[in-house]
Design a protein around this ligand. Structure first.
Ligand code: MG
Length: 437
């Protein structure tokens, strides 16, 4: 069957989540969860779906970047791509002219992520497997051959990567069986967005506890006294035995982060997420060092550009929890590098998934991480938010606060066509009604 790529289309799809303050945090007060949504068409009729995540305004810029990258994709066959996936990754990220727009960061990398997510979706569909299973079944050498090791060999070589995956083959089947039975542990961010009033926090927390949630994340960083009140309220609701995390979404400078979080230490958060600029590796290292005696770790990664930055975060002991994202770095190829480096440095991976479709994507990666790389659930959990899953053809399945492994072939990236049309910006029905935007 010919999986020659005949066309790549991209659309600007936006959901008006800002109306009810879903997703609001200290720096992103009115996000409209959005996506640059890609469909790859092939000669045999099979399609691959992918996207990258945005917050509304500016999605048109990502769409434009995807159109530029698409010229490198159309005309190739899936077989040609995956037989030299590292070469294809480099073709997209190291084009002699477009590279200047990054390299491997910002809008151009978001575009590469959208396109490569669609390629991985197409590959998994062609193999008739969910993406996590495609990865789990893949030969260690072939897995490593998808990764661009340029700039990271001082932390991880290809041989080491292969060795690590080979070693983790032991017990793999049991772990896969365990995941199919129990699922992967999740935590919820949906109870405590910054813009939610206290009464809503109480109600959402009560509902979540009833549904079996034991790990909760609270947005902080707006106002210190507000944070103290909200953290106290949530800690009282969930009790001392459940887990609390806090997330400042890059609100502070280094010294302010240390003093602010010290003030919240009495509520025993497991981690402070994104305390400062996502680019400030040494700042994160200083915060990590200062908060370690309080038993609070630093988590970051949702806006970490590339494997090169993750490498430095790990080398500098600047984070205690690695938060990979399905859309920020160069898709599965780059996330494989990050998972393997995190394993080498023995830092747990707890994926970021606040946004549209991000839960759908990262569940595949973290299942692969447990089954084929880390083999551990200690201090590990995957973020969950309960918004917008109804727009996907294979939405996530949560059971007792665990992600149940997806069964449908692909990367769970496909949106319902009716949803895409209704939410397409600016011509979709939803936006015609919402003329204030
Ligand atoms: Mg966050």
């Amino acid at each position: 069957m010919s999986h020659k790529i005949t066309a790549l289309t991209v659309r600007d799809v936006r959901f008006p989540t800002s109306v009810e303050q879903h997703g609001s945090d200290a720096m992103h007060t009115d996000p409209d969860y959005s996506a640059a949504y890609v469909v790859i068409h092939t000669a045999c009729g099979l399609k691959g779906f992918g996207f990258t995540f945005t917050l509304g305004k500016g999605t048109q810029i990502v769409v434009c970047a995807v159109e530029a990258v698409a010229t490198l994709v159309v005309g190739k066959s899936l077989q040609e791509i995956v037989s030299d996936f590292r070469g294809f990754y480099r073709l997209l990220t190291s084009d002699g002219q477009m590279r200047w727009l990054g390299p491997e960061k910002g809008v151009i990398q978001l575009a590469v992520a959208a396109v490569l997510n669609a390629v991985w979706d197409l590959w998994a569909r062609a193999e008739g497997k969910p993406l996590w299973k495609l990865l789990v079944d893949m030969d260690p050498r072939q897995l490593a051959s998808c990764i661009d090791f340029r700039y990271i060999t001082d932390a991880l070589t290809e041989e080491e990567a292969v060795d690590m995956i080979v070693k983790a083959q032991e017990g793999k089947q049991q772990r896969e069986d365990q995941m199919l039975k129990e699922g992967y542990p999740a935590y919820t961010t949906s109870c405590a967005w910054l813009g939610y009033p206290d009464q809503l926090l109480r109600q959402l927390c009560t509902d979540a506890l009833k549904s079996g949630w034991t790990r909760f994340k609270v947005k902080v960083g707006g106002d210190l006294e507000d944070d103290v009140r909200r953290c106290r309220l949530i800690r009282q609701m969930i009790g001392p035995e459940n887990t609390l995390m806090i997330d400042a979404n890059q609100r502070w400078g280094v010294a302010e982060a240390i003093s602010w979080v010290s003030r919240l230490a009495e509520f025993k958060p497991l981690w402070i997420e994104e305390p400062t600029s996502p680019d400030d590796i040494l700042g994160h290292a200083a915060i990590s060092k200062a908060l370690a005696p309080l038993g609070i770790g630093v988590a970051t990664g949702e806006q970490c550009h590339s494997r090169v930055m993750f490498k430095q975060f790990l080398q500098a002991s600047a984070l205690q929890f690695v938060q990979i994202d399905g859309c920020r770095v160069g898709s599965v190829n780059e996330n494989l590098a990050v998972l393997l480096m995190a394993h080498k440095f023995q830092v747990p991976v707890c994926p970021h998934a606040g946004g549209v479709g991000l839960c759908e994507l990262v569940q595949h990666l973290i299942l692969f991480d447990y089954i084929s790389v880390s083999g551990s659930l200690s201090n590990r959990m995957c973020e969950y938010v309960d918004h917008l899953h109804e727009h996907f053809t294979s939405p996530v399945v949560i059971r007792d606060a665990h992600y149940m492994p997806p069964k449908d072939p692909g990367f769970s990236c496909e949106m319902l066509e009716s949803s895409v049309q209704r939410h397409q910006y600016p011509e979709g029905e939803v936006w015609k009604l919402n003329i204030s935007k």
